[in-house]
Design a protein around this ligand. Sequence first.
Ligand code: ZN
Length: 455
Amino acid sequence: MVQGKPTIVGALKCQRDTFLLSDFETTVVSCVEIKDNKKNKKKSGDTQPVATHILELEDTILFPEGGGQPSDTGYMLLNGDESQRINVLQVLREGLHAKHYVDQAVEPGTKLKQFVDKEKRLDYMQQHTGQHLLSAILDNFFENADTLSWSMGGIPTAKKPTLEPSDYLNYLELPRRLTKEEIEKVTAMFNEIVSLNVMPISVEERTADKKADETVDTKKVPDDYDFDAGILRTICIGDLDKNACCGTHMTSTSQIQGILILDNQTSVRGTNSRLYFMCGRRIGDYAKRLAEITAKTKVELSCSETVIVEKITTMKDQLQKGRKKEQYFIGELAKFESQRLYDRLLKGEKLYSIKDDYGSLELLLAIQKEFQALCETNQKDCKETLVLCGREKTLSMGSLLVISPEAEAIQTTVQGLQGILKTLKGGGGKNGGKWQGKIMNFTDQEFSTLEEHFA
Ligand SMILES: [Zn+2]
């Protein structure tokens, strides 16, 4: 390596020695301030470090985003001094260059020691190498199951910093759906290659002056990667698979540890299908989170896990039946109440109905409907103002309907009631008809004042 020149992407230390994750010494080649820093701007109260400068280094063990693998994060120490810590927030590839986004300026020529966020990198390596092996098995031993693309899950973003358990899943896009038997078979083959029939994983590096290897598909190499100046990396899993890839990989299939493939697949782009999987230690984290959810559900439903679905189905059914019963009684009550109102109409008394506890809007509308039907049946033209008010006591909320053929009568009634009900808001009935409103905070005091008002 020539002093003062950055190593090109393709020959980076992180690509050549994927298990070197700490204490790597390197030198700063260039440092550029991030001028337009809107995205990275530090907000008040923000305790997270923010990228202010871009460094290029002689070499790096921090992997830049590529090959479906996200960027590493980590830190660097000045003179091995823990108090002079430079955070590396991301590393991006620009052509053949690896650009380190850091939270402070560092003079070119400065020597630094690098440290990678180890847990994260090992997880990415397990998912990424697992994807190579899964695709290789499907490609070699299954009909019409070549990988069209893949996506790694389990990466928190600014938009979604906390992940759902299902976010841990990676997926392959395949030309078709796999059967349950095929999933069982591919899982068994995969687990055999990571346990009984372990294979070494090696990398072949070729520069442009060497003859192109016809057996390797280079379609996946990014367009902005300069092949003539760069290095083609081919990842070989034993004699099973050869694949061009710039990512960081395990050195043996045993390090992938194992795979979980879900039977549930989703259809995309016509007949294509997404096959969901995860590898290694991530499976344990996923299982732990699902176990917590299952344990809480068991307590809530007082049942064992195998009957959770059955229990929920029964509860949904009971809820539906209960709802039907409720609707029946609302109808019956509405008939009874509308008859009472109709009798008052005949006697020339005030038309009002006030319901507490479960005085829902649904009940008020049912009373209105039944009352109008009664008037129509008896060919009685109601010119009086009808007031229907209900409170749902547990929610401290209420509804109000004021019905009259006269707009002025509606307005006067509503204004009068607004004097009692402080949080009453609503509208309608500008040309007569129905005014409908909500009471956001219906107090006990207001309810008794309202009863006195109509008494
Ligand atoms: Zn790869």
